[in-house]
Design a protein around this ligand. Structure first.
Ligand code: KG4
Ligand code: ZN
Length: 372
């Protein structure tokens, strides 16, 4: 990356409110190490679980309730605050935390949820006179792979160090499935993405058809452990097409038909179906990612997003990297950093700081990876 001669923040407060998680975290950069000083996530997922999906209005209301307590707690736990008073740091206009900048997710996501984080971050940036760094949530997910010290007892993110460019990035979240070729921080080429459902959405929608609560990915994954992945023949659309696009919508049609034909009260059938769904999704993701690495002669792969927590995907991609990429390297964040949190938003900001006017930052619900 080109050397810059302006200020580079080392300690950042991150704020993430793109969907149903309200998150704040403080991270600190020290050379190549990125350490989490605090990482707080409040989720309204339980409220949405019974509806089988997120209710945007409800998610925004929950964001409003949680945002201040969550940021307050992140500042307290970071130990960057004066020893006392530790009750409510944001109530003091004199108090200014020892952070260098504030990072906030500005899109994509639900507009009501995004606005809560963006407007709060703008206000704090003005009051505390700190720079504000807007972060693309999708790009942010990848930066969970640059966190070296997770702040969780016994959990190191990457003992072998941080990813090296160039690399192939696979983003698999609830709303997005994208493949990018990353040449450096802030320099990437979009290779392809899903034409319909995202990988996480495929998990969530098939889980719903199977009568499982939202979010469906962890539910299917748990059930799949006792199932036979070859029990049901499920489609793997676009797996061998000559591009880097994906399509997962056919999977829910196939699962819908199977659900009508089997006894879903039978735990063995459910486990077999879950294992077959997981296998089908993992097969497509692994095949396209390895094909991209081979085509562009890339040795490093990073995976990010909620679905990156999936054990089957981790295992299958690990095996393929070993057999197909000589001296290849594969990075997955620890499972707890795959799903939405503000630690990776702050980490992404460590590498993408540009001086901008805080008030110019606007929530952008339709942001993508190919429109920077
Ligand atoms: O990245 P994320 O937390 O939120 C978005 O930005 O969308 O991803 C949430 C998605 C959900 O679809 C959820 O079902 C899926 O990640 N997910 C999983 C697992 N854990 C979360 N999918 C498969 N296996 C898992 N273990
Ligand atoms: Zn996400």
């Amino acid at each position: 990356m080109a050397k810059t001669n302006y200020f580079q923040p080392q300690i950042i407060l991150g704020i993430e409110t793109s969907c149903d998680e309200t998150a704040a975290a403080v991270v600190q950069k020290d050379g190549e190490r990125v350490k989490i000083l605090s990482n707080i996530v409040a989720s309204s997922a339980e409220i949405h679980a019974k509806y089988g999906g997120i209710i945007p209005e409800q998610a925004a209301r929950e964001q409003l309730k949680s945002i201040i307590p969550v940021i307050n707690e992140a500042l307290i736990q970071s130990n960057l605050c004066p020893p006392s008073p530790k009750k409510h740091l944001l109530s003091s206009t004199i108090y200014r935390p020892a952070i260098d900048a504030i990072a906030v997710t500005y899109g994509p996501g639900l507009i009501g949820s995004l606005l809560v984080g963006v407007e709060t971050a703008k206000t704090l940036a003005l009051v505390w006179k700190k720079p504000l760094i807007p972060v693309n949530h999708l790009l942010g997910h990848f930066y969970a792979n640059w966190i070296t010290d997770t702040h969780l007892p016994g959990v190191k993110a990457h003992l072998e160090g941080v990813p090296k460019f160039p690399l192939i990035g696979l983003l698999v979240s609830g709303g997005h499935t994208d493949l990018v070729l990353m040449k450096d921080h802030g320099k990437y080429e979009y290779l392809g993405g899903t034409r319909d459902d995202a990988a996480g959405e495929a998990f969530d929608k098939t889980a719903r058809l199977m009568g499982l609560p939202y979010p469906g990915g962890p539910q299917i994954s748990r059930l799949a452990e006792k199932g036979d992945p070859s029990a049901f023949k499920l489609p793997r659309p676009m797996m061998t097409t000559d591009d880097f696009d994906f399509s997962f919508s056919g999977l829910k049609t196939a699962v819908g038909n199977i659900v009508k034909a089997i006894d879903i009260q039978n735990p063995n059938s459910m486990a077999d179906l879950a294992a077959s769904v997981e296998e089908a999704i993992a097969d497509v993701l692994v095949k396209k990612t390895i094909t991209a690495a081979l085509k562009f002669n890339i040795k490093q792969i990073i995976v990010a997003g909620g679905v990156a927590a999936n054990k089957k995907l981790r295992q299958k991609l690990g095996e393929e990297v070993k057999t197909q990429l000589s001296r290849g390297d594969l990075f997955f964040p620890p499972p707890s950093l795959c799903t939405d949190n503000a630690a990776y938003i702050a980490t992404s900001a460590l590498y993408h700081y540009k001086p901008i006017e805080s008030l110019s930052v606007q929530a952008n619900p339709g942001l993508t990876l190919f429109r920077k």
